[in-house]
Design a protein around this ligand. Structure first.
Ligand code: AMP
Length: 389
């Protein structure tokens, strides 16, 4: 079973947020309860990008053994740890595993073959078990050995998604195929360049696109606005003009923030004022959507039946510039209460919803940042394709 146990650890290697492990428990328990034994594979961090000075892997820092005891406690069963990912010892330990027991293999990314999707390595991993389960949605967009390539060594009836992954796919499908309308996409975050494919795709999917965050200022500039020192990607201005024209031709309404909270520097303690987004004074920069924009966006959200949200409305890490994101999160929660389906996915909007304690008040919060983004962009993820084909 491929899981995503890429959890944050403190200096003493204690887990500081065990969400990812907890989310994999239902699938693990399902196999154990059904009389199976589970061999777990995961990566932890980027060990090959952070080699020790002598060029060797920093095993002490990146070993998955840090997770053995916490996992055993959470599962209430024996968890054995194998200090290699494949090899004689792994083969022996896997063969000796009894029903109800769990074997945790060493960090898949200790092996350079993992990220290369090496066939021989994948074959060795596959030989350890009878059934392949992929529950690591967060890495489903990577064609690595343990996330994708090894699936081909199992007959179709012996490879499957775990519950977490199944739920992610089901919810993404729900918004991508036959969504109830009006359908609104809310996008934000820092850069237009990161969201181009997503925005192009939304033009064919949704009725309304709300654009907030730093990326809005490239669009406002494209429309002739004075954006002061706000974040802008000048080379993307032609693209913004093109997107606005395409949206108009397709009848998709684009909403930009009419006003902004402008600050005199990029700093949590900066002075700030609510100004028109078209007339931000020189030296000032828009760090959040303004009050009128919140009301405008709120109305669109309240009238929506399907909502996708990706990216914060402002620099929400700084309390003075978090109110726009907060207002949007509350609006999405309210719309959900009134019957809309809402999916929050891809990166910082997930952090924002969690930070505000609203995760239970939206329909679905995706666990896979990049993976969900690629799914919404319409790409077929290699990890999903490998199971389905
Ligand atoms: P992304 O990863 O593209 O979703 O971008 C998220 C980041 O965008 C967060 O760290 C925000 O602080 C940042 N951000 C949002 N709005 C702005 C803004 N108006 N100016 C600069 N950065 C912003």
């Amino acid at each position: 079973m491929r899981v995503d146990f890429n959890v944050p650890l403190d200096k003493q290697y204690n887990i500081t947020d065990d969400t990812r492990i907890r989310e994999a428990l239902p699938t693990i328990k399902h196999v154990l309860d059904g009389g199976g034994a589970v061999i777990l594979m995961s990566h932890l961090g980027r060990p090959l990008a952070k080699l020790k000075e002598d060029g060797t892997v920093n095993v002490e820092k990146f070993t998955l053994n840090h997770l053995t005891k916490p996992l055993a406690d959470m599962l209430g069963t024996t968890v054995k740890f194998c200090p290699e990912t494949v090899g004689e010892k792994a083969t022996k330990m896997a063969a000796e595993l009894k029903p109800g027991e769990v074997l945790l293999l060493e960090n898949t990314r200790f092996q350079p073959e993992e990220e290369k999707g090496d066939i021989e390595f994948s074959k060795k991993l596959a030989a350890l078990g009878d059934i392949y389960v992929n529950d690591a949605f967060g890495t489903a967009h990577r064609a690595h050995a343990s996330t994708t390539v090894m699936a081909q060594f199992f007959p179709k009836e012996n490879r499957t998604f775990g519950f977490l992954m199944e739920s992610e796919i089901k919810h993404a499908d729900k918004v991508l195929n036959n969504p109830e309308r009006p359908f609104t996409a809310i996008t934000g975050g820092a850069k237009v360049s990161d969201k181009i494919v997503l925005l192009e795709r939304f033009l064919d999917l949704v009725d309304n696109i709300i654009i907030g965050g730093g990326m809005a200022y490239t669009f406002i500039k494209a429309q002739g606005g004075q954006i002061g020192n706000s974040l802008v990607e000048d080379d993307k201005v032609p693209l913004a003009i093109d997107l606005l024209a395409k949206a108009a031709a397709k009848g998709v309404r684009i909403y930009l923030p009419v006003d902004s909270i402008a600050a005199d520097k990029f700093d949590a303690e900066a002075n700030f004022q609510n100004v028109s987004s078209n007339t931000i004074p020189d030296g000032w920069l828009g760090l959040d959507i303004g009050e009128e924009a919140r009301t405008d966006f709120n109305k669109v959200i309240a009238n929506s039946k399907t909502i996708i949200w990706n990216g914060p409305m402002g620099v929400f890490e700084m309390p003075n510039f978090a109110n726009g994101t907060k207002a949007i999160a509350l609006a999405v929660a309210e719309a959900t209460k009134n019957g809309a389906f809402s999916l929050v996915g891809g990166g910082d909007s997930v952090a924002a919803v969690n930070q505000l304690g609203l995760a239970d008040e939206v329909s679905f919060v995706s666990t896979g940042g990049g993976a969900m983004l690629e799914m919404l962009e319409g790409k077929e993820l290699p990890g999903i394709k490998a199971i389905n084909n």
